[in-house]
Ligand binder design. Structure first.
Ligand SMILES: *[C@@H]1O[C@H](CO)[C@@H](O)[C@H](O)[C@H]1NC(C)=O
Ligand SMILES: *[C@@H]1O[C@H](CO)[C@@H](O)[C@H](O)[C@H]1NC(C)=O
Ligand SMILES: *[C@@H]1O[C@H](CO)[C@@H](O)[C@H](O)[C@H]1NC(C)=O
Ligand SMILES: *[C@@H]1O[C@H](CO)[C@@H](O)[C@H](O)[C@H]1NC(C)=O
Ligand SMILES: *[C@@H]1O[C@H](CO)[C@@H](O)[C@H](O)[C@H]1NC(C)=O
Ligand SMILES: *[C@@H]1O[C@H](CO)[C@@H](O)[C@H](O)[C@H]1NC(C)=O
Length: 805
């Protein structure tokens, strides 16, 4: 009997022991971690929540069987289920997915141990009174004692993210992660420099360079002050960021309380992400760089960065160099040839419109090309030189480069790169730039090397086995052990994407009186749109503006401001530029640039456009719309694409007008499938509008297709048109059916074209070019929205034919 009792006693002891090792049955989410207790990896329940549930802290998977102790926004984005991590304890040393735990010791020290043995991270605190760890509603993980003194807090050691009301100080810095899938410390840093300026730094093993504020400007010219030594920057919940060096910005959605996080992304750009409601998608509401090629180190060494707003960033190796690592573009390119120091064997390859920042041997003014070549040949480590005309000094400057770094290509740049290559090499290789592009889609997680922990796992297993055998509860232990070992690891679904463009222009607020005066009391009407009447006006700085007066103020001022800020900061050569806005009482006005050449509508009806121009307009419009729909972030749906809304500049380049009206006029939510009011213009509207199907960017694609058909045929889709044929007069209801019928009648493409094209248009057309355009347009007007291409695909199809004649 006694032995039975001892057995039962042993059994209970074992159960307790096992509980303390694996903690499989711990109850509901603890909100506080008290002294002597711990959180274990792989336990879904072992997560600290903030009182309002916004934030969670626990073990976060960063690879297969690799975890970091982290704080994140509890609600993932509804679309991709990604959780936004805002802090990590051990980003550079992830722990094993088994037996690792975070323990608050009785001494007041908080330690993170890998597989029960190695201490990977600790706060190094000690306290005589009772301590506890809790996560507050700001996302701050704090260690406090019973007198409520903060011993340690995560806000004091940020990783790559600043939260609302979390100050960046002289003691803290943000460090980007290594890549989209690797959360260890990367190359980019945001910090206060010794001269009190908030800067961005690129720092790899070989190279370190500051790229923000613009290194070519002195701090004063960049709008920064070196005089305030307090070195503090803070973001408030409304979206106002202000730093003690006078740098400040307001988010595009300024004015509303939102969840916000300022993050230095792995690509070196600092972005402010915000979302209004939990579970919504994060939206970029500010970013430091609109041109990512200005970020140093972005494509690695010996490469050129090229940025096309509608297509994103492209990196390419300089001719003669090849990608160092196919899976890691940031490591740049390496030469395919042996660099020789002998003068006679080198030659130069000219690549135009290239700029390279830094790493010159010196700057040599008033040099001829021959002198510059000679200078480079004299220097053994000269990899090439940049040769540019400097208008201010009226002569050419020569910059021999010891390293080819931070290279970028831009059509508007006047400088040329003369690349030094071995003569034999240049003869054997075609001169081409090999492009490699960043992949926008989410990548797979990679497995971390976890071998070093295996022995410790084995040891703890041995220890438990020995102990279990000694007490005779072997089976029970085994069952529980198996249970413990079955803990599953989770896969990290990747990081979120960022990347829309935003340019700091002279965007501002106007007073009503100012605009009243500019338009001479709203006397010169130049157009009427869905939202209101457009007037011509002259601003006090003599710029001619188109001023749109919105009919009704359907929304509050804060909301209007938020939307107008978003729209006003969209900047693209094929979008009409918004200069500002006015909101006073019930008045809501928008101020745009004014284009002399009028709209596509007027130009088509007066037959001003030859085929070359029509193709250019089709391509430009596609680029503008592709930008609005922006690859990874569906930013703005236009919802009213038509020739009246496509304006032409002096070179007949199109600029899309009236975008964002759906946001400003607030007629129903776009994402809502039951949009009550139909938008757009008859003749150009996609079938989704009337059939109550979801409204996506494909409605703009449809309207675009109609506009292109209109340009091709010269026929107006809004009016029923008549046609004389052999059998008499027929009436066609729809432009699309008419074109389809004509196309189907003719077997050959050329005759098809002849049947549909606008006979009255001037000039010859290139058959190939028009064929592509007709095909694209017909694809765009498919009834089924999934059959239609998206705007960036349209751009990709048309772009190669731009210069065909
Ligand atoms: C932004 O914050 C700074 C510092 O708190 C303040 O001086 C400034 O007035 C704020 N700007 C706005 C528009 O609220
Ligand atoms: C320095 O900056 C801080 C924070 O922005 C501000 O409170 C303080 O007044 C500034 N000091 C001076 C001398 O301008
Ligand atoms: C390329 O980069 C990946 C990821 O950083 C790394 O795992 C791999 O070993 C590298 N390959 C080479 C050849 O350096
Ligand atoms: C540039 O050099 C030429 C000849 O070497 C000289 O005549 C000319 O004055 C120089 N120009 C300047 C701006 O120094
Ligand atoms: C981007 O990555 C995805 C998944 O890794 C792959 O399927 C796709 O082909 C890649 N796209 C490009 C343009 O490399
Ligand atoms: C992440 O980056 C670090 C630092 O470059 C590297 O040591 C580590 O191997 C990388 N991890 C993975 C999974 O590529």
């Amino acid at each position: 009997m006694a032995s039975v009792i001892t057995s039962i006693g042993n059994f209970l002891v074992l159960c307790l022991l096992c509980l303390s090792i694996c903690q499989p049955f711990s109850s509901s989410k603890p909100d506080v971690l008290s002294e002597g207790s711990s959180l274990s990896v792989g336990e879904p329940e072992d997560v600290l929540s903030s009182p309002d549930g916004t934030f969670s802290a626990g073990f976060f998977p960063v690879g297969e069987n690799a975890y970091c102790f982290a704080v994140w926004f509890s609600e993932p984005s509804y679309k991709n289920n990604n959780k936004a991590v805002v802090w990590m304890a051990n980003r550079d040393q992830p722990v094993n997915g088994r037996y690792s735990k975070l323990t608050l010791l009785k001494t007041g020290n908080l330690i993170l141990t890998d597989a029960g043995r190695i201490t990977v991270w600790s706060t190094g605190t000690d306290s005589l009174s009772l301590t506890r760890l809790q996560l507050n509603d700001f996302g701050n993980l704090v260690l406090i004692n019973s007198e409520n003194v903060v011993l340690w807090q995560s806000f004091d050691s940020p990783t790559d993210t600043l939260l609302t009301d979390q100050p960046l100080t002289r003691y803290t810095k943000l460090v980007s992660s290594r890549s989209q899938i690797n959360s260890s410390s990367g190359f980019y840093k945001l910090f206060f420099d010794n001269d009190n300026i908030l800067r961005l730094l690129y720092e790899s093993i070989e190279i370190s360079s500051v790229y923000w504020p613009d290194p070519l400007l002195v701090s004063w010219d960049a709008g920064r002050s070196t005089y305030n030594n307090s070195k503090i920057a803070i973001l408030d919940s409304l979206g106002n960021f202000s730093s003690s060096d006078d740098f400040t910005f307001m988010s595009a959605d300024y004015g509303t309380k939102m969840q916000r996080r300022l993050k230095i992304d792995y690509d070196g750009n600092v972005r402010l992400y915000s979302r209004k409601n939990r579970g919504e998608r994060w939206v970029v509401s500010w970013q430091a760089f609109s041109d990512p090629c200005m970020i140093h180190g972005i494509c690695g060494a010996n490469s050129l960065c090229n940025y096309v707003p509608s297509m994103g960033r492209k990196c390419s190796c300089i001719p003669g160099y090849k990608l160092r690592n196919q899976t890691d573009w940031s490591s740049g390119c390496v030469p395919e040839f042996d660099i020789s120091c002998t003068k006679h064997e080198s030659t130069f390859l000219q690549i135009s419109s290239v700029g390279l920042y830094g790493y010159e041997y010196g700057i040599f003014s008033n040099y001829t090309l021959a002198e510059c070549k000679n200078l480079c040949l004299q220097l053994c480590n000269c990899k090439g030189f940049q040769f540019s005309y400097v208008p201010s000094s009226g002569n050419f400057k020569c910059y021999p480069k010891t390293l080819l770094l931070n290279g970028y290509r831009e059509q508007s740049l006047s400088g040329d790169l003369y690349l030094r290559l071995p003569q034999s090499f240049l003869l054997s290789k075609p001169n081409s730039l090999v492009e490699f592009s960043l992949n926008c889609s989410v990548q797979e997680t990679k497995q971390l090397d976890r071998t070093y922990t295996q022995s410790t796992v084995k040891q703890s297993v041995k220890f438990i086995l020995w102990f279990a055998c000694g007490l005779g509860g072997f089976e029970v232990i085994c069952i529980l052990l198996v249970w413990c070992l079955l803990i599953r690891t989770q896969r990290n679904s990747g990081a979120e994407m960022g990347g829309y463009l935003l340019a700091a222009t002279g965007f501002r607020r106007f007073s009503f009186a100012e605009l009243h005066k500019a338009t001479k009391r709203f006397s010169e009407e130049i157009g009427r749109g869905a939202g209101g009447i457009v007037y011509k006006g002259v601003l006090c700085d003599a710029r001619v503006a188109a001023i749109k007066r919105l009919k009704e103020a359907n929304q509050g001022e804060a909301e209007f401001l938020a939307e107008v800020n978003t729209i006003g900061r969209l900047n693209h050569m094929h979008l009409i530029e918004m200069w500002g806005y006015c909101t006073e009482g019930k008045h809501r006005l928008l101020v745009y640039e004014y284009l002399e050449n009028g709209s596509l509508k007027e130009n088509l009806s007066s037959n001003m456009l030859d085929w070359e121009k029509r193709f250019g307009i089709a391509l430009g419009t596609a680029k503008g719309l592709a930008y609005l729909h922006e690859e990874c972030l569906e930013w703005v749906l236009h919802c009213d694409v038509k020739p009246q809304n496509i304006l032409l500049d002096s070179n007949h380049q199109p600029k899309i007008a009236d975008f964002g009206m759906s946001k400003l006029l607030k007629r129903g939510e776009i994402n809502n499938s039951s949009v009550s009011k139909i938008r757009g213009t008859r003749g150009y509207m996609a079938p989704e509008w009337v059939s109550n199907r979801p409204i996506t960017s494909k409605v703009d694609v449809y309207s675009y297709g109609i506009v292109v058909l209109e340009m091709l045929t010269g026929k107006n889709p809004t009016t029923k048109f008549r046609e004389l044929n052999a059998t008499g007069e027929t009436e066609h209801g729809k432009l699309v059916t008419w074109v389809r019928d004509k196309v189907n009648e003719a077997p050959e493409m050329e005759t098809r074209l002849e049947k549909v094209v606008d006979a009255s248009a001037r000039g010859e057309y290139n058959v190939e070019k028009m064929k592509i355009l007709l095909e694209v347009a017909l694809k765009c007007v498919e009834e089924d929205k999934d059959e239609r291409p998206d705007m960036s695909q349209v751009v990709k199809t048309l772009l190669p034919h731009e210069n065909d004649h």
